[in-house]
Design a protein around this ligand. Structure first.
Ligand code: HAM
Length: 412
């Protein structure tokens, strides 16, 4: 009987894996060009790390288990809390700000559908130790740059949870968090019901609904000022800087985010062509360090849903940088020698190990998407030549073996 893989997980075949690796490489390169350095944390953590502040939504979706000593553990649903735990435990003396990035798998027990998995990958960054709007500006510019470079068509929306949290002060933190979650889920009916249940006054209720609807250019800040008495200068400075550096965005004061730890600016990116699971990136500023026993350390960051990006972006759809060395019967040792010469020059070369006919070797070369076939035939071998066929253009040339490397061009 066949054994199926667990629901919500995937297998990745070589073609897909190569595409994913290429996208990953691009993302790493850009993050590194901003001065971010890679970190890694464990795949599982003490459950408590995530129950302290991540919020009910995440906790309900976690893979939780006991180890043989009875400890409560959880597979990580995200990496912000683990990175901040690591920061508190290991990085207290490092110069601020710290710029970390990560690429890792996460686990959430969600209902699987297109773009939503139980094991998925995040490419994220955390910029730790600055409370300035410039830190938020930097991570937004970085997220915008990464998504653009890998070819995602998306819109960027920026909000600020501090405004809504300020408005919700009278209801207390726990209820405020519940309200934020309902806003995040866009569950307007549920929100209406909950506000009634906790007997929120009509005036506050109206203000909550008005604030949630505010979306557009910077003029929404003026409208928000009519609703809530709050210092909007942070959001104003951030908006103005982002306009100056040509980052395209919409302000959306209804963004609440699904995680509880955000304190200030929050942002989300939505891609075309993904349906309901269109959010390809989410982030914002938060404070978790003090919760894990460290000093108060304002931080900001984001995580890109790597799988969703891979589904919509166009990177990596080209011939493989591979040479298929194909040979007539009896010339196998020549094929092995030529392949070895190619590999020594840094080129990926595959030889026939099935003793197939030349024709079959050629169709296999095409099937695997090789860019070139180097053909070893009796006449050519006699003269010290090889034939090179470009499998993209179908052009074929015969050259001296010594000139072979000059004719193979990759990375174009
Ligand atoms: P998040 O919005 O929960 O934020 O997740 C970030 C991204 O991960 C989402 O925008 C989405 O693209 C992707 N994602 C989430 N769940 C799934 C799933 N089940 N299947 C596929 N993709 C998924 C965070 O995790 C925060 N830690 C981000 C952050 C970093 N905030 C500050 N620093």
């Amino acid at each position: 009987m066949k054994i199926e893989r667990p629901r919500g997980t995937r297998d990745f075949l070589p073609e897909e894996m190569e595409r994913r690796r290429e996208i990953e490489r691009k993302m790493r390169k850009i993050a590194e060009s901003f001065g971010y350095r890679e970190v890694m944390t464990p795949t599982f953590e003490h459950l408590e790390l995530f129950t302290r502040k991540s919020g009910e939504g995440i906790v309900e979706e976690m893979y939780v288990f006991k180890d043989k000593s009875g400890r409560d553990l959880a597979l990580r649903p995200e990496l912000t809390a683990p990175v901040m735990r690591m920061f508190v435990n290991e990085c207290s003396v490092m110069p601020r700000p710290l710029r970390f990035y990560y690429f890792a798998n996460c686990f959430r027990y969600e209902r699987p559908q297109k773009g939503r998995y139980r094991e998925f990958w995040q490419f994220g960054v955390e910029l730790i130790g600055s409370k300035s709007y410039l830190a938020d500006a930097e991570v937004i510019i970085l997220a915008d740059k990464i998504l653009k470079e890998v070819g995602v068509k998306f819109s960027l929306e920026i909000g600020h949870v501090g405004i809504m949290r300020h408005l919700l002060k009278p209801v207390g933190e726990e209820r405020a968090s519940k309200i934020m979650r309902l806003i995040d889920k866009e569950d307007r009916e549920g929100l209406e019901r909950y506000l009634e249940e906790i007997r929120v006054e009509d005036d506050l209720r109206d203000k909550i609904f008005s604030l949630v609807e505010l979306k557009g250019d910077e003029s929404v800040i003026d409208e928000a000022k009519e609703i809530v008495d709050y210092d909007f200068s942070y959001l104003e400075k951030l908006s103005s800087l982002l306009r100056d550096v040509d980052v395209d965005f919409t302000l959306n004061l209804g963004i609440a985010r699904g995680l509880d730890y955000y304190t200030g600016v929050v942002f989300e990116c939505y891609a075309e062509g993904l349906g309901a699971q269109k959010q390809v990136c989410g982030g914002g500023s938060y404070e978790l360090s003090s919760l894990f026993g460290g000093p108060v350390t304002p931080s900001t960051g984001f995580a890109i849903g790597f799988d969703r990006v891979c589904e919509v972006c166009r990177v990596g759809e080209k011939k493989r940088d591979v040479v298929a060395v194909i040979s007539f019967k009896g010339l196998e040792s020549h094929a092995f020698r030529i392949a070895s010469k190619l590999r020594d020059a840094g080129i990926t070369a595959v030889v026939d190990v099935m003793e197939r006919s030349l024709k079959k070797q050629m169709s296999f070369a095409n099937e695997i998407g090789a860019k070139y076939a180097v053909i070893i035939a009796p006449e050519e071998v006699k003269e010290g030549n090889v034939a090179i066929k470009n499998l993209e253009t179908q052009e074929q040339v015969v050259v001296a073996e010594g000139d072979m490397l000059k004719l193979l061009k990759f990375g174009e």
